[in-house]
Design a protein around this ligand. Structure first.
Ligand code: NAD
Length: 485
């Protein structure tokens, strides 16, 4: 989508201005700063503030001071503020999209635009949601009601793969249920979050939303602070465990959206040709840096060879490049840490001599963290590429024959985020879906999300859910109120 607003933005202008944190309604700097890179060029694009511990504590104090006044408003009154926020985001969305592509790498015309549009839609829609009280009993003697009260101050910690969407996914339900928030974005992608903090300053009361930037320690300062009642965290399983351990100090509630190793399974006789673009996008979109990307694709042996050829032919047409170029299908890997993990994964595939019908070699002499689309042909089930979350544009295709065995293999993992099942017989596919251990299983469709659809991981892919009534309730205490008649 190309608009006149897009053409009037000079990306260079977005990064010369300084980025500020939002604390108690004021845009503030810090004594220290850190560098943010464009992963397509390796250039430093901005040096945002690195919050001191005192500033993180000030943000928490501001959120605490604002919380009772904010909670005293009705859902309808808070909806007015949050809808005004959606309007400001909408007015400034072209800027957010350009920042997102420049700091994160994803293509501007497809994924970055989609992420920002989805995020704004989420804010606007979640603003309309309420949690009505429930009457459990109403007899001649007494009444029993369940009501949902705000938790207080929520600490939110976000990753670098979908920084705008995942940030706003937390802000909207947190605020509509009467909580206030201190958010800390990933040190790799803080700029869009700082910018949407500036936009919030125009419409939200001081202290209701605070944004602090920096490295990992600012996250630790949130998880260990006694005035925070809940941590809403999205990131890796390893960090999620640290967040949970630290949150135990005052029994903070936690919602943890963590890593995944999502399988997709093609059943016998699947008419795969029309599915190839969808399956490719589901595996390689955002260059595979997606918690719910297909990371293991199990194909029945009756169609395996033909599928492999068709999938490789399609994948070979995709262009990896700078996300600002409209011809780019897949952008760079977002950061050097992740790029180096992929170098190690590619080296493992090569060392073990697995068959690689497409890609397989990362050219380290190229400027930018570019990794080619890579398909691995039927590596062993216990290989690293099958067992680990690669978080990059590399996908193993796995040949299977026996349904019982393949389901056992799919479930033999510590992860349980999402999965998909594809086949001509819907009842048979649903039967397989019922046997897969994951928070979401799609059948003959994939990556459908909705405001009212709970999303969360099983096993070590997470704890709790976001979205849906359950997601809203996770920002509240359940309170039982009884009175005699
Ligand atoms: P990460 O765990 O390295 O970092 C996530 C955030 O945690 C960052 O803001 C980081 O600064 C902060 N952090 C790091 N150490 C901390 C600590 N000890 N205490 C508090 N905060 C700390 O994850 P990442 O590399 O940014 O993100 C990629 C991971 O996120 C992948 O595993 C991916 O699958 C997962 N993810 C999950 C979902 C989901 O919804 N389940 C969505 C997106 C990404």
């Amino acid at each position: 989508m190309s608009t006149s607003a897009e053409q009037t933005i000079n990306p260079a202008d977005l990064f010369t201005g300084s980025y500020k944190m939002l604390i108690n309604g004021k845009l503030v700097d810090a004594d220290n700063s850190f560098e943010v890179f464009n992963p397509a060029t390796g250039n430093v694009i901005a040096t945002p503030p690195s919050a001191s511990q005192e500033q993180v504590h000030q943000a928490i104090a501001a959120a605490k001071a604002a919380q009772s006044g904010w909670a005293a408003l009705s859902f309808e009154e808070r909806c007015v503020y949050i809808t005004a926020y959606a309007d400001v985001l909408e007015e400034n969305k072209e800027e957010l999209i350009t920042i997102l592509t420049t700091e994160q790498g994803k293509p501007r015309h497809t994924m970055a635009t989609g992420e920002v549009d989805a995020a704004i839609y989420w804010v606007r829609e979640v603003a309309q949601r309420t949690l009505e009280e429930e009457i459990i009993e109403d007899t001649d003697e007494h009444v029993v009601k369940v009501v949902h009260t705000p938790l207080g101050v929520v600490g939110a910690i976000t990753p670098w793969n979908f920084p705008i969407l995942l940030g706003l996914w937390k802000i909207a339900p947190c605020l509509i249920t009467g909580n206030t928030m201190v958010m800390k974005p990933s040190p790799y992608t803080p700029l869009g979050t700082l910018r949407f903090g500036e936009m919030a300053q125009k419409v939200l009361p001081p202290g209701v939303l605070n944004i602090v930037s920096g490295g990992n320690e600012q996250g630790v300062w949130l998880t260990e602070h006694p005035d925070i009642s809940k941590i809403s965290f999205t990131g890796s399983t390893a960090t999620g465990k640290k967040v949970m351990a630290s949150s135990a100090s005052n029994l903070k509630r936690v919602t943890l959206e963590l890593g995944g190793n999502d399988p997709a399974i093609l059943l016998p006789d699947t008419d795969f040709e029309p599915l190839i673009p969808t399956l490719f996008a589901a595996a390689f979109g955002n260059s595979g840096q997606w918690c719910i990307a297909i990371k293991r694709l199990y194909v029945h042996s009756s169609i395996y060879d033909k599928f492999l050829q068709a999938f490789v032919d399609y994948a070979a047409t995709k262009v990896v490049g700078d996300g600002m170029d409209p011809n780019t299908d897949l952008g760079p890997i977002q950061n050097t840490m992740q790029y180096e993990k992929l170098l190690s994964m590619f080296a493992d595939v090569k060392k073990n001599g697995y068959k690689v019908p497409l890609g397989g070699e990362i050219d380290e002499s190229i400027v930018g963290n570019f990794v080619p689309v890579t398909i691995v042909d039927n590596p062993p089930i216990d290989s690293r590429i099958v067992q680990e979350e690669p978080f990059g544009p590399i996908l193993p295709l796995l040949r299977w024959d026996n349904l019982e065995d393949v389901i056992a293999s799919i479930n033999d993992t510590e992860f349980g985020l999402a999965a998909s099942v594809w086949g001509p017989d819907r009842a048979a596919a649903i039967d397989v879906a019922n046997q897969i251990e994951a928070g979401t299983v799609w059948v003959n469709e994939i990556h459908i999300h909705g405001i009212d659809i709970p999303f969360g991981g099983h096993k070590q892919s997470g704890m709790g859910v976001e979205n849906g009534r359950e997601g809203l309730q996770e920002f509240t205490n359940t309170k039982t109120l009884m009175f005699a008649k």
